[in-house]
Design a protein around this ligand. Structure first.
Ligand code: KG4
Ligand code: ZN
Length: 345
């Protein structure tokens, strides 16, 4: 069974092939040109997807030593994401499925991330406590099976990745900000600024990063007004203190979830899961609570089509059939996690 996966929800075009569950290619083309605008420009993203998608498919087939006719199932991200960008990959996948007369599976991008730990050799055991940290979402989930996901907490405002990106911008660092903040943080062994760790009264598992972001901004403004500029050491201290505050905030909700529910594994997924300090925190708390820990390799943390092919294949195996009328959707609906199990029953 050769499964083709296509991902184009934001600024990465990715094409992957899973052959009998094994990744035979996972090509990712990142649109680096957005950095000069300080963030992703949607229209430019759509155009770049359009230009690269056919050559990338050709390369992916060559890498897997397959021809188009060997593909048995076609999966593509349908949402959430930038609508124009999504439409490129989804329409392309639907066109291929129609032309090849092969089944097509639209995949939810967040579900792709949620189950991305299953791309690793050691598979997570259910029930799994999953922290999704990406540029657009921060979710704490209880994942009981391939069809049952309960949302425990989410961000009340900015996503974790968004906070990294915004703070990086304040510090004059390039987009995406996460890797740049991590690099600077690693130079400061002893962060000294006490940035806040938010507490959301309505739900003890929720997160909030906007107060933290404002607090960083005020700190930067204060230093600049007093000294005119910031030294490299100060920038490193701000980056490391901010990162520490994010780690503490994520840790707090995870600890509460582990104290309240039974889990067999802990999984960290999404683009921000590339962060070493967050990975280390997850490893430490897993060992403290004696839980299996599953964190995808870096290649599968950021947006990639292997996770989309895998999720599409799971849905296909469970008997789900989708029409070519299925359309792209930009956001995760309010009641998404209440409806996923019903939808799959
Ligand atoms: O999952 P992803 O690739 O795209 C979305 O679906 O949003 O996540 C992208 C986010 C960006 O905000 C980026 O700054 C962040 O992941 N990121 C990181 C690191 N690498 C990427 N954040 C913190 N530390 C990193 N090493
Ligand atoms: Zn993502």
């Amino acid at each position: 069974m050769n499964v083709l996966g296509i991902e184009s929800s934001c600024d990465e075009t990715s094409v992957s092939i899973l052959s009998d569950g094994i990744i035979t290619s996972n090509l990712i083309s990142s649109q680096d040109f957005h950095s000069k605008y300080g963030g992703v420009v949607p229209e430019l993203s759509s155009r770049a997807h359009l230009q690269i998608i056919v050559p990338l498919l050709r390369q992916a087939l060559a890498k897997a030593s397959l021809a188009l006719k060997d593909i048995d199932l076609i999966c593509a991200t349908a949402g959430p994401g930038l609508i124009g960008a999504l439409l490129v990959g989804l329409t392309f996948a639907k066109g291929l499925a129609y032309a090849l007369n092969k089944p097509f599976v639209p995949v939810n991008h967040i579900e792709g991330h949620i189950y991305s730990g299953f791309l690793m050799e050691e598979k997570p055991k259910f029930p799994m406590l999953t922290l999704v940290v990406s540029g657009g979402h921060t979710l704490l989930l209880k994942v009981d099976s391939f069809i049952r996901i309960t949302k425990l907490g989410e961000t009340a405002d900015d996503a974790a990745g968004e906070a990294f990106d915004k703070v990086a911008k304040m510090l004059g660092l390039p987009y995406p900000g996460g890797p740049a903040i991590q690099r600077l943080s690693e130079k400061c062994k002893n962060p000294t600024i006490k940035f806040p760790v938010a507490e959301i009264s309505s739900n003890k598992f929720d997160f909030s990063f906007s107060g933290l972001k404002t607090s960083v901004l005020r700190h930067i403004q204060k230093i600049k007004s007093e000294f005119g500029s910031m030294s490299q050491k100060e920038i490193e201290n701000i980056a490391a203190s901010f990162q520490l505050s994010v780690v503490k905030s994520l840790h707090k909700s995870i600890q509460r979830a582990l104290d309240q529910f039974e889990f067999n594994s802990i999984s960290l997924v999404g683009g921000v899961a590339a962060n070493n300090a967050i990975r280390q925190m997850i490893i430490d708390i897993s060992s403290q609570y004696k839980k299996q820990v599953v964190i995808p390799d870096l290649e599968f943390c950021g947006d990639n089509a292997a996770m989309i092919a895998q999720r599409g294949f799971q849905l296909h195996k469970s008997g789900k059939v989708y029409s070519l009328e299925f359309n792209a959707y930009p956001s995760l609906s309010e009641n998404y996690f209440n409806s996923i199990s019903k939808e799959n029953d």
